[in-house]
Design a binder for this molecule. Structure first.
Ligand code: ADP
Length: 167
């Protein structure tokens, strides 16, 4: 199965698309969003201004500008508010809509950060389960050969993903 788990900085990857855990303005923010905008340069925010924002669970694609990655798929994860506000389904939609865009653009590789696991406060274990199972089911269902990479910022996060890949 074409799922890889690595530790590192997503902005440094040579893939067709990196996914940004953006906020709904798409105009940049902290965490991985800030890192991606810094690495992509000002052309990225200029383009994002024209996109009119993005709803939670949806995804939009741009070029990668100064990144090594050819594209950025911007998706907006849910803010964790106790788990009774459809957070799990919305997080799943982030992965599905990003993968769908990758397929529409005939991309061969995509790298995801742990969407919603930073500032947005989603419980890590549950978020990782959603990420991994959604991606793996999607690959099966679509008979897709796309290479999916989960990029972990630190060893603790990597351990969480490895629990699923070793099942
Ligand atoms: P959110 O607002 O969706 O919670 P964050 O950017 O705060 O997004 O965090 C999402 C995840 O991305 C966290 O696990 C965080 O540690 C991780 N992260 C932050 N910077 C990077 C980076 N440069 N590369 C990969 N992952 C990163």
């Amino acid at each position: 199965m074409a799922i890889r788990i690595i530790q590192g900085d997503i902005t440094q990857l040579d893939v067709d698309a990196i996914v940004n855990a953006a906020n709904s303005s798409l105009l940049g923010g902290g965490g991985v969003d800030g890192a991606i905008h810094r690495a992509a340069g000002p052309e990225l925010v200029a383009k994002c201004r024209l996109l009119g924002g993005c709803s939670t669970g949806e995804a939009k694609i741009t070029k990668g500008y100064r990144l090594i990655a050819r594209h950025v798929i911007h998706t907006v994860g849910p803010v964790w508010r106790g788990g009774v506000n459809n957070e799990a389904q919305l997080l799943k939609s982030c992965y599905l809509n990003s993968l769908q865009l990758a397929r529409e653009h005939e991309l061969e590789s995509i790298a995801f950060p742990a969407i919603s696991c930073g500032i947005y406060g989603f419980p890590i274990r549950q978020a990782v389960e959603i990420a991994y199972t959604t991606a793996s089911d999607w690959l099966d269902l679509n008979h897709s050969a796309i290479d999916i990479c989960f990029v972990c910022f630190g060893e603790d996060m990597e351990k969480e993903y490895l629990r699923f890949s070793e099942r």
